[in-house]
Design a protein around this ligand. Structure first.
Ligand SMILES: NC(=O)c1ccc[n+]([C@@H]2O[C@H](COP(=O)([O-])OP(=O)(O)OC[C@H]3O[C@@H](n4cnc5c(N)ncnc54)[C@H](O)[C@@H]3O)[C@@H](O)[C@H]2O)c1
Length: 149
């Protein structure tokens, strides 16, 4: 079963983050530029929260706030769940499903070493399944040819 570290080896260890005083509109510009759906909110190297497209939709658009005047720190999600590099993709999916979140920072000890998304997890689960199917097909075909010979 694939683990978080293997996902990071493929997708990289980049962490896109902003400070809590960044105006929402600037955070959205960064998200659009990087083609991502969430940014970690960090201050002095510490994770303070996470800001996602959902935070924007629910707490800015629906509550009639200004994206220019509202700092991300005011509307971010302060409770951040995280995983470790040796957690499995199934662990990640369980947390994402139970907590209804789509992004998880990865901490190795106290060090932030990456971020994974629900898209990364689904992709890893599909590739795990494909590998298993390939092994089963090889096994079945191997047995068949053993019988023919
Ligand atoms: N991630 C994939 O490999 C992938 C593959 C196929 C389709 N999709 C689709 O794209 C849509 C959204 O994708 P998503 O769930 O991956 O979310 P996303 O758009 O936020 O993430 C895109 C990529 O950027 C990375 N990323 C996001 N925020 C980051 C941050 N703050 N710091 C560092 N890296 C960050 C993610 O880990 C992921 O690899 C979904 O509809 C999904 O099904 C994603």
């Amino acid at each position: 079963m694939m683990i978080v570290n293997q996902i990071l080896q493929t997708k990289g260890h980049d962490v896109w983050a902003i400070s809590p005083d960044t105006p929402v509109v600037e955070a959205l510009q960064v998200m659009a530029q990087k083609r991502i759906g969430a940014l970690l909110v960090m201050e002095e190297g510490q994770v303070q929260g996470i800001f996602s497209e959902r935070d924007y939709a629910r707490k800015v658009v629906l509550e009639g706030r200004s994206a220019t005047d509202t700092p991300v720190g005011e509307i971010m999600t302060a409770k951040v769940f995280y995983v470790r590099p040796d957690n499995t993709v199934e662990d990640c999916m369980a947390i994402m499903t139970e907590k209804r979140i789509r992004h998880l920072p990865v901490f190795a000890g106290d060090h932030l070493v990456g971020v994974i998304s629900i898209g990364d997890v689904v992709k890893a689960m599909i590739s795990d399944r494909e590998f298993m199917i390939e092994q089963l097909v090889n096994y079945i075909e191997g047995r068949r040819s053993a019988v023919v010979i």
